[in-house]
Design a protein around this ligand. Structure first.
Ligand code: ARG
Length: 592
């Protein structure tokens, strides 16, 4: 199906052509004067020069051709040369009916391909904190959008599991518990199956070690040496590393499942270690990598660069590989395994330059060809009310789980107030379940409704509000629709047998027009990797639905055909809202 505006434009384009003008002039947009008309076409203004004619005359010529049209109920040529248009009720109903008859609501689907989304990016041994929220939330939504468009999409968590933080924890552990067999180079037996630390221990060990390494050069040197030994396969360190991985991954899974974020691949920097030597050899043999101050580097500068573009360091002078070495090897791995048409990365803006270097290096050295697009989507910071990065009351970096708790607690209070006000008696368990679902919508919508590249303020009060541009408001609308449909079913109406009829009043028509934007908005969200487009769409749709709901009696409507038409439109609106909230990554509770 054509997008709504495109379909309308077709008719106006034909009229331009019929009147002897260029049909390209017939593009229609939503009116910026809704008090005067629903849609407008400004093509006559642009055509005036081309045809040496007053724009009003062109507009009048075109308007004459549109007279009696089944699509436009009103066509007005107004000075200085605009075409003001209103659609007929029948046309709007017909379009929406066609949407209802299609599984994807008339969405034009691209040719499907395989893609990888690299998001989450947590680091083993370090707790998940507020900085990990956006990558998870935006990445999950992008993955779901790409999938909805029919693609095969792999979500890869790409853990930081191979860097200095691992060496720091291992070295610090060796100082605290020197008698453990992991540190005895002569030990040949089996290592304990139980880890010598817990998640809580790691949360203390890592920052302690990291702080020491910042002031104590000797300490840092030992930690780096430990990292290299680990990477070279030191048996005891590897065993300790396995413990760290198991503990951390269990903790990550807990956190991500609270966010309804799911990865298909639990790979990390360590996954591709074995690919590195071959890759480095190829880069040298190909004449791309050369030695510079003992390190192996690839130049990625281009003539047109206006900003500084340092070379990509592939191997450090001490022989260690780096963050970007693993990213490059991961590209090689993904290309070999999945032959993706796109690899999409999500990190905060501080890694902009980094990814530019990595992508250039990957292209230059032939790790990817033109069939694979590398895309870095970078996002802004989560700020507190004061506009600077969100902090705990004591000034620390908030843990991700604390942030989720904060929203869920606020939500629980509201849910309890709400149900009490309605005289509904629910168990504590039920209240918590609702708070979890609505809380998740509050967090995710609060994040996704902003353009990803911008910073936003994490405002618990605003995010959890049932009114305004918020997740709970959207869910409230969905719950309302579902409840009406449930009651209609109880009354014996089979909604699937009902057809959407021409709108009977303005709010009815406006709801249909809001529905009709689905294809255009989802396509933009897909092409621009922009979940905020979906938020904008469903907010407008929810507003249109609620106006309709307040101005019409649905279940008590006496005319059976009108009632069926109302319900069929509700059904479509509800299905679309469900589809969109799925793409944003949250669920609709039964009640709230
Ligand atoms: N672990 C990284 C960090 O904390 C993020 C990983 C992002 N993905 C990637 N392929 N580099 O900064």
């Amino acid at each position: 199906m054509k997008r709504f505006l495109e379909e309308i434009s077709e008719y106006v384009k034909a009229a331009f052509a019929e009147a002897g003008y260029d049909e390209a002039l017939g593009r229609v947009s939503v009116s910026n004067r809704p008090d005067l008309c629903e849609y407008q076409c400004n093509g006559a203004m642009a055509g005036a020069k081309q045809y040496h004619k007053a724009p009003l005359m062109i507009a009048q010529d075109v308007a004459a051709k549109l007279e009696g049209s089944k699509v436009f109920g009103k066509v007005e040529a107004v000075a200085p040369g605009f075409l003001n248009l209103d659609l007929t009720n029948e046309f709007v109903a017909d379009y929406v009916n066609r949407m209802a008859g299609d599984e994807k609501f008339g969405l034009e689907m691209p040719t499907p391909t395989t893609m990888v989304v690299d998001y989450g990016g947590p680091n083993v041994a370090k707790p998940l904190h507020v900085g990990h929220l956006r990558s998870a939330v935006i990445g999950e939504s992008i993955k779901r959008i790409l999938r909805y468009m029919g693609n095969t999409v792999y979500g890869d968590i790409h853990m930081g599991d191979w860097g200095l933080q691992m060496g720091l924890v291992i070295y610090e552990t060796s100082l605290r518990m020197p008698d453990l067999p992991y540190f005895d180079d002569d030990y040949t037996g089996e290592y304990p199956s139980e880890a010598p630390f817990t998640v809580a221990d790691l949360e203390e060990i890592y920052p302690a070690a990291s702080n020491k390494s910042k002031t104590d050069a000797d300490y840092k040197a030992h930690a780096m040496e430990t990292t290299v030994k680990l990477q070279e396969g030191h048996r005891g360190y590897r065993a300790l590393w396995n413990h760290m991985m198991n503990i951390s991954i269990a903790d990550m899974k807990r956190n991500y499942s609270r966010l309804d974020v799911e990865f298909d691949l639990w790979n990390g920097e360590s996954t591709v270690q074995e690919l590195i030597p071959g890759m480095v050899r190829d880069m040298k043999d190909g004449g791309y990598a050369y030695e510079s101050d003992g390190a192996l580097v690839v130049d990625v500068k281009e003539e047109t660069d206006t900003k500084e573009m340092p070379p990509c360091i592939i191997i450090k002078s001490d022989g260690a590989s780096l963050y970007n070495t693993t990213d490059l090897a991961t590209i090689k791995d993904r290309v070999a395994r999945y032959d993706p048409s796109k690899i999409v990365y999500l990190t905060d803006k501080r890694q902009d330059l980094y990814f530019e270097q990595v992508f250039r290096c990957a292209r230059k050295t032939g790790l990817v060809d033109d069939g694979c697009e590398l895309i870095h989507l970078s996002f802004g910071t989560v700020n507190g009310a004061d506009g600077s990065p969100y902090k705990t009351r004591s000034g620390g970096v908030p843990k991700l789980s604390d942030l989720i708790d904060e929203i869920e607690d606020a939500m629980l209070i509201k849910i309890k107030e709400n149900t009490a006000a309605k005289g509904e008696n629910i168990s504590d368990e039920e209240a918590r379940d609702r708070a979890r679902k609505v809380g998740l919508a509050a967090i995710k919508y609060g994040d996704l409704s902003n353009q990803a590249s911008k910073d936003y303020i994490f405002d618990v009060d605003r995010f959890t509000s049932f009114e305004g541009d918020t997740g709970p408001y959207i869910l409230y609308t969905c719950v309302r629709i579902n409840s009406i449909l449930r009651k209609a079913a109880e009354q014996g109406t089979d909604v699937s047998a009902c057809r959407i009829q021409a709108p009977v009043n303005a709010s009815h028509k406006a709801l249909m027009q809001a529905v009709s934007g689905f294809s255009a908005e989802i396509t933009s969200a897909y092409e621009e990797y922009a979940p905020h487009r979906i938020c904008g769409y469903i907010y407008g749709l929810s507003n249109a639905f609620n106006s309709f709901y307040h101005e019409n009696h649905i279940l008590t409507e006496e005319d059976a055909q009108t009632k069926g038409s109302f319900l069929a439109l509700l059904d479509l609106t509800g299905k679309i809202l469900k589809t969109c909230t799925d793409m944003l990554g949250f669920e609709i509770p039964e009640r709230m």
